[in-house]
Every structure is written in structure tokens, then in C-alpha cells.
Design a protein around this ligand. Structure first.
Ligand code: ADP
Ligand code: 2DT
Ligand code: MG
Length: 204
């Protein structure tokens, strides 16, 4: 029996290339699954989707807690997969939760972390580092909530404040292939190292 899989998270502002890189990474690995948060397929996720599309108004605290609930409802499945040796490639995680809510007036980053304390601890977090103005040039922002330059600048600054030892900052302004190359190297480097390591708890 081989050891556990790795929990790998892709973070960054909108258009930094997260979904593109998650897809490439999961395709390159032999025993891996992709996940994304918010997971819009559950009842909680459906409510989040309505909120993001501006079809539903929710209090800032309520939506913050819904994003967290949407992760907790996947906790058991994540731990089971990791134990089975499956590597999880996750498009956004609790860091997005803190960085986005923390960009709203009156929210403190440490306080924003509270509902997600104890979730499975990622082994590796890639921060796809891209300036907001460069990201905005990739494609026009859509109509979803948060897709505004000033807001994204606050989100970017918050991400930098969340950096911890598992984080790897990736220059995401390069080509898709160059970014993928760096990500693959780092992932191949840690897979063997986490096999026997117990899964930690986030921010605990
Ligand atoms: P995210 O999931 O972070 O919002 P996407 O992966 O959806 O970002 O990418 C946003 C857009 O930018 C897409 O049109 C994608 O094809 C393009 N893109 C992704 N990575 C790069 C890159 N390294 N250079 C140029 N364009 C990119
Ligand atoms: P995408 O589905 O395009 O990634 O956009 N968000 C996400 C939060 O505000 N809090 C969270 O906890 C998470 C996971 C970021 C989803 C939007 O939802 C925001 C953009
Ligand atoms: Mg995406």
C-alpha cells in the first residue's frame, strides 16, 4: 500500500490562470482528482451561485459562512480520497474565502479565518501571481460579483498577507506552458514527501 495523496491548492485573483493550471496538472498526474470551491453543485453551492450572479442578496457574514460550509461539506470526502492515495487538485480554497471577504469594508483577516479553522491543511499552495491590470487585459470581466478592478486589488493584497510556508508564488504572467512546467516540478517534488505525513489542520 502506498501512502496518502497530496492536497494541492491553486489560488489567485480572477483570471490569474487557476482553472487552466488545475486542469493541466490533474491531467499530468496518474492518481489525481480535481475539485473547485465554491462547489456550485450542492444546495449550499447553488445559493452561492445565485449570490455571485446577483440573483440573491445575502449579508456579508452569511455569504462568508456559506463558502466555509461549502468546504466543510466536502471534508470527509477529501480525507477519504487523500487516504486512498488520491492527490487532490483544488481550484480555490479557504484562502479565497479570507482574501475576498477581507476585501469588504469592516472585515479583519484573522476573524475571517475562523469558520475554516481545522479544514484539511494543504501540502502545497500555488499563488498564481498576476497584477490586476494584466489579468483585466486577458478577457473582459463578466457580470459576477467581485469582478471589479478596485476590489481585485484589495483581494491581491490580502492574498500576499496570507502567505505561509506551504505557499509557492508563481509568476503567472508567463506563458501557460512555462507556468505549468514550474507547477509540475514542485508537485513531483512533494508527492513522495507527503506519503507518510499525517494530514494537518488548517490554521489550527
Ligand atoms: P482563473 O480560473 O484564475 O479565473 P482561467 O484559467 O480561467 O483563470 O484563465 C483566464 C483566461 O486567461 C482564459 O481565457 C485563459 O485561457 C487565459 N489564460 C490562462 N493562463 C494564461 C497565461 N499564462 N497567459 C495568457 N492567458 C492565459
Ligand atoms: P470562480 O468560480 O470563478 O472561481 O469564482 N470566493 C470564492 C469567495 O468570495 N469566497 C470563497 O471562499 C471562495 C472559494 C471568488 C468564484 C468567486 O467566489 C469568490 C470568486
Ligand atoms: Mg477559474
Amino acid at each position: 500500500m502506498t501512502g496518502r495523496g497530496a492536497l494541492i491548492v491553486m489560488e489567485g485573483i480572477d483570471r490569474s490562470g487557476k482553472s487552466t493550471q488545475c486542469k493541466m496538472l490533474v491531467n499530468a498526474l496518474s492518481k489525481a482528482k480535481s475539485m473547485k470551491f465554491p462547489d456550485r453543485t450542492t444546495a449550499t453551492g447553488n445559493k452561492i451561485d445565485q449570490y455571485l450572479q446577483r440573483k440573491l442578496e445575502l449579508d456579508d457574514n452569511e455569504i462568508h459562512n456559506l463558502y466555509s460550509k461549502n468546504r466543510w461539506e466536502k471534508e470527509k470526502a477529501m480525507l477519504d480520497d487523500l487516504e486512498k492515495g488520491i492527490t487532490l487538485v483544488v481550484d480555490r480554497y479557504a484562502y479565497s474565502g479570507v482574501a475576498y471577504t477581507g476585501a469588504k469594508p469592516g472585515f479583519d483577516l484573522d476573524k475571517c479565518k475562523e469558520p475554516d479553522v481545522g479544514l484539511p491543511q494543504p501540502d502545497l499552495v500555488f499563488f498564481l501571481d498576476l497584477k490586476v491590470n494584466t489579468a483585466a487585459n486577458r478577457e473582459a470581466f463578466g457580470g459576477e460579483r467581485y469582478e471589479q478592478t478596485d476590489f481585485q486589488k484589495k483581494v491581491y493584497a490580502n492574498f500576499l498577507k496570507l502567505k505561509s510556508k506551504e505557499w509557492q508564488v508563481i509568476d503567472a504572467s508567463r506563458s501557460i506552458e512555462e507556468v505549468n512546467h514550474d507547477i509540475l516540478n514542485s508537485v513531483n517534488n512533494i508527492l513522495g514527501k507527503v506519503e507518510k505525513k499525517p494530514i494537518g489542520k488548517l490554521w489550527a
